[in-house]
Design a protein around this ligand. Sequence first.
Ligand SMILES: Cc1cc2nc3c(=O)[nH]c(=O)nc-3n(C[C@H](O)[C@H](O)[C@H](O)COP(=O)(O)OP(=O)(O)OC[C@H]3O[C@@H](n4cnc5c(N)ncnc54)[C@H](O)[C@@H]3O)c2cc1C
Length: 407
Amino acid sequence: MIGVDVLIIGAGQAAASCAARLRAEGFDGSIAVLGAEEAPPYQRPALSKAYLTGAIGRERLFLRPEAFYPDNGIDLRTGCRVTGIDPAARRVILADGGSLTWSRALVLATGSVPRRLPAAIGGDLAGVHVLRDLVDADGLSPALEAGRRVLVVGGGYVGLEAAAVCAKRGLAVTLIEATPRILQRVAAPETADYFRALHHGQGVDLREGVGLARLVGDAGRVVGAELTDGTTLPVDLVIAGIGITPDTALAEAAGVALDNGIAVDAECRTSIPGIWAAGDCASCLFEGQRIRLESVGNAVDMGEAVARNILGAGLAYGPKPWFWSDQFDVKLQIAGLNIGYDALHVRAGDRGARSHWYYRKGRLIAVDAMNDPRGYMTGKRLIESGVSPDAALLADPTTDLRALMRA
Ligand SMILES: Cc1cc2nc3c(=O)[nH]c(=O)nc-3n(C[C@H](O)[C@H](O)[C@H](O)COP(=O)(O)OP(=O)(O)OC[C@H]3O[C@@H](n4cnc5c(N)ncnc54)[C@H](O)[C@@H]3O)c2cc1C
């Protein structure tokens, strides 16, 4: 049986950041990174954006050149699924029957799994897709032929981005969202209004407050959809963008405490000594609340925080949330978290730039910036430095944003 000092399960953003940070900090022990997917660590965001439109190729997705891992003494094993963890023996069991031990730390960076439409309503028919990994994107892309009819289920960011790509590629797109509006969970009505108008303007048939009753199949392939309002639609393919769940199965079976994901303390330790967690699969503390962030920024920062803390830094991890989304010709950039906001101020900038500023009890907590990089950068700096500009000044388009830092 082979043993390593630090063993990382998962080979995504958080895992790659953790391994690279360990080396950058001068750690010279052995590191193994075990990933179930065949591909080396890559960036997922492009899967519903530039990769799916065809604007960028596969090689642009990879986080590091192939040689980075061997050059840095990182034993990256792809196509290697871990099926069990024995914390007492400090050992993981692999799908191929092998096993590996760790001596210093085990890092859980297993990401999340996409929710799927239930088989009972036709979710297992051919032509029904999810979009989580490269295999999903490569399976979906050839089906996006101009003129075909696609139903996108779910009006969150992944659903909206997929709808935008499909429309760009010439498909007839219907998007349904079961809750009263798109982006219900993540953004203000004003931001939802902006993106609804954008999609309508590009010909997307966007329907809110309408769920999927069932998919209709013919010879095992999806051909139609019945919606909860009684409407029926002919469809050639379906993309389900109905959210994700943190991948906690291994942790749970090993007895690691869960709370909306793998619960970690301020230093990203799980409930079992020597086992850490980072990224989508982990829930951490933010302003006294336990939250889980599904973003690249969090995966990278948390992976690096785990590396530093394994080496004894003893740093409290403080998420600095940021996110982005590309839809048609709009780049949305988000800084902060809008949880519990009680006021929203809209700022219209030059050349279609627009930003939505969220306040809670007079404190600036988040900003959504549409084609407005300056608004985003200013908002991010203000939030990080705890400065909350006067709302009237902010909403005044003649106010120079740079002056707000000094206001
Ligand atoms: C289509 C799409 C678009 C997105 N767009 C954005 C965006 O615009 N901006 C943004 O900030 N974020 C975006 N995200 C989210 C972002 O990609 C994730 O938050 C980020 O990848 C999380 O990193 P992670 O390392 O925690 O998990 P992942 O990157 O998901 O990596 C986890 C890895 O662990 C592997 N694994 C799981 N279990 C095992 C096991 N038992 N054995 C071995 N390996 C295992 C998985 O196969 C996976 O490869 C998007 C995600 C998707 C899917």
